[in-house]
Design a protein around this ligand. Sequence first.
Ligand SMILES: Cc1cc2nc3c(=O)[nH]c(=O)nc-3n(C[C@H](O)[C@H](O)[C@H](O)COP(=O)(O)OP(=O)(O)OC[C@H]3O[C@@H](n4cnc5c(N)ncnc54)[C@H](O)[C@@H]3O)c2cc1C
Ligand code: SF4
Length: 332
Amino acid sequence: MLRLPSFTYRQPRSVREALDAKRDAGPHGMYVAGGTDLYPNMKRRQQEPTTVISLMGIPELRTTEGRKDGRGMMAVGAGMTLTELSVLPSVRRFYSAVSHAAEAVSTPLLRNMGTLGGNLCLDTRCNYYDQSYEWRKAIDFCMKKDGAICWVAPSSPRCWAVSSSDIAPVAVAIGAELLLVGPGGERVVPAARLYENDGINYLAKQPDEILVEVRLPAPDGWDAVYAKLRRRGSFDFPVLGVAAWVRWDGRRVAEARVVLGGVASRPQEVPEAAAALAGTTLAADAIAAAAEAAYRPAKPLDNTDFDLSWRKQMTRVYVTRALEELGRRRAG
Ligand SMILES: Cc1cc2nc3c(=O)[nH]c(=O)nc-3n(C[C@H](O)[C@H](O)[C@H](O)COP(=O)(O)OP(=O)(O)OC[C@H]3O[C@@H](n4cnc5c(N)ncnc54)[C@H](O)[C@@H]3O)c2cc1C
Ligand code: SF4
């Protein structure tokens, strides 16, 4: 059995106290929410904080009622569990892609513990990294932790570990905004700007910044869906996630976004696919053009489940399914 190392556990009651705890802990302190990602990583010594600062006792992160700002956005606390998020009536009604992505995460037990913020800040994944310490030691580790080389692309100067969050591609596709609070104050960033295409430095936020809330755009004339490919439908991480968003102008697509999860170190937007949809009625030829456009830049590597060429082929299939679903909903 893998055991957690010993560590200091802090339970702040406010964002301010959490920031102070992180300042006191320095670079060896990490925030934890549900712990469904961090604790397994600590057991495998992939992440080794000596102080763990829980965010679960902070009321600002536990908003269970959406509230509207001046632009009609709905703010959801980052500390809401995935179960809470997926059953919230306002989210189910106006943001079904978000509730569907939350429901698609792993198992009920993990959704009861795992949070929205933890899902958006999830560590990137790789077959050579998500292993026990002894396993990783046997291959002399890798660049992401304790080693020097990338086993997926040995001549590469960077790590290609994969963004495997279900909600992140949806957040990017619908244009969600994130409230980050750090020692110097707060800032609001578009979800797309939270991510870097780098398996090690995959988040653009500072380590001491706390994701406090996620702001969902007003539901005014747009729709979005999420389609997920994984081996076991009741359990597994996505090896491909497709989030598709369209803003309708009558029966035509005024604007679109297609974002792929599980194919890069960040959710990957495909502007060419969006361009293929603009001005169309989402007829079969437009969907086929968008699926083809999404297929080309999708470059999965051999570091997650399934054969990589098959995963790439599946991009066409899942983009098609997602867009067909949007078309069916519009037709009514
Ligand atoms: C068996 C198994 C299957 C899984 N399957 C899936 C799946 O299918 N899809 C999927 O998306 N995920 C999956 N996960 C991963 C994980 O359970 C979820 O992503 C979950 O939502 C993570 O949330 P958490 O609150 O538990 O994160 P934690 O483990 O608490 O934190 C994860 C990371 O985010 C940081 N963090 C957390 N909250 C904040 C915040 N508010 N501000 C700043 N930083 C923060 C932590 O410091 C840590 O680095 C799976 C995990 C396991 C063990
Ligand atoms: S992509 Fe390479 S460096 Fe990154 S975790 Fe995998 S093997 Fe390690």
